[in-house]
Design a binder for this molecule. Structure first.
Ligand SMILES: NC(=O)c1ccc[n+]([C@@H]2O[C@H](COP(=O)([O-])OP(=O)(O)OC[C@H]3O[C@@H](n4cnc5c(N)ncnc54)[C@H](OP(=O)(O)O)[C@@H]3O)[C@@H](O)[C@H]2O)c1
Length: 240
């Protein structure tokens, strides 16, 4: 779809991959509304000319407040990017269930709830897109973050079914599967990391070229291995 002239909502557009998606959409002529929680980061985006709705996404009421703040704005592109990691080793102690529930809500429930609220208005546009940012870990989990991986696998499954439901409409449903990207989420990890600018570039390209998936960087290789042997892909990824 043509990005110029559209209005895009990018959740978690105040940092990392989402911030780069916001910048690149704006450069291509979109009006971009971003969400984020950290006051300093959202203020910085406002100073750069972005429309900003400060919003958490950890609870249902957060999503409802965001939808209320949007009012009746027309939206052409919804990028469900906001997400948080949570690593936990169940052998050591039970997890912090508040942090766990917040992760599940922000990563999985919020995109579903936001989609439910915005699909009617996306449907009114000549062309529209929903981009759900999952992860290579949606294909095969790593052992150190069982809950995070479950949210991403759940979001992938939801995205595939939603795409089938909306297949005959004007709304393209795109899944973006990043590899390890150099953001605050991966600070301290010493993997080879992709720059967020390049990750965002490939996501924008998927929107422009009406692709169903953006398999980014090493995720292409992971999907190839998984297509040949799901067991081998799982064995490799569980080590991380
Ligand atoms: N980085 C990677 O290697 C990688 C790999 C695969 C997939 N992903 C996915 O890519 C997306 C972006 O990740 P990133 O690496 O760019 O992360 P990031 O740099 O930590 O940025 C995350 C963004 O989401 C917002 N956010 C996080 N939790 C939130 C919550 N509970 N409520 C509202 N906003 C929240 C953050 O806002 P505040 O800063 O204000 O909290 C921030 O704007 C996520 O869905 C992530 O799972 C990342």
């Amino acid at each position: 779809m043509e990005i110029s002239g559209t209005t895009a909502l990018v959740t978690g557009g105040s940092a990392g991959i989402g911030r780069e998606i916001a910048h690149q959409l704006k450069l291509k002529g979109a009006t971009v509304i971003i969400t984020g929680r950290d006051e300093g980061r959202v203020a910085a985006m406002r100073n750069l000319g972005f429309e900003v709705i400060p919003a958490g996404l950890s609870y249902a009421r957060d999503v409802d407040n965001l939808v209320e703040a949007l009012g009746d704005r027309a939206i052409d592109i919804l990028v469900n990017n906001a997400g948080q990691g949570v690593d936990h080793d169940f052998r050591e102690a039970p997890p912090d269930m508040t942090a766990t529930d917040e992760c599940i809500h922000a990563n999985l429930n919020a995109p579903i709830r936001l989609g439910a609220a915005l699909i009617p208005r996306l449907g009114e546009q000549p062309a529209a897109a929903i981009v759900n940012v999952t992860s290579g870990l949606a294909i095969a989990p790593r052992a150190s973050s069982p809950v995070y991986c479950a949210t991403k696998a759940g979001l992938r499954s939801y995205t595939q079914a939603l795409r089938a439901q909306l297949g005959d409409t004007n709304i393209r449903v795109i899944e973006a599967l990043p590899p390890v990207v150099d953001t605050q989420m991966t600070a301290g990890r010493d993997n080879r990391k992709m720059l967020p600018e390049e990750c965002a570039r490939q996501i924008i390209e998927a929107i422009e070229k009406d692709r169903v998936e953006a398999n980014i960087g090493m995720v292409k290789l992971l999907k190839l291995v998984h297509s040949i042997s799901p067991a081998l892909a799982q064995k490799i990824m569980l080590r991380f």
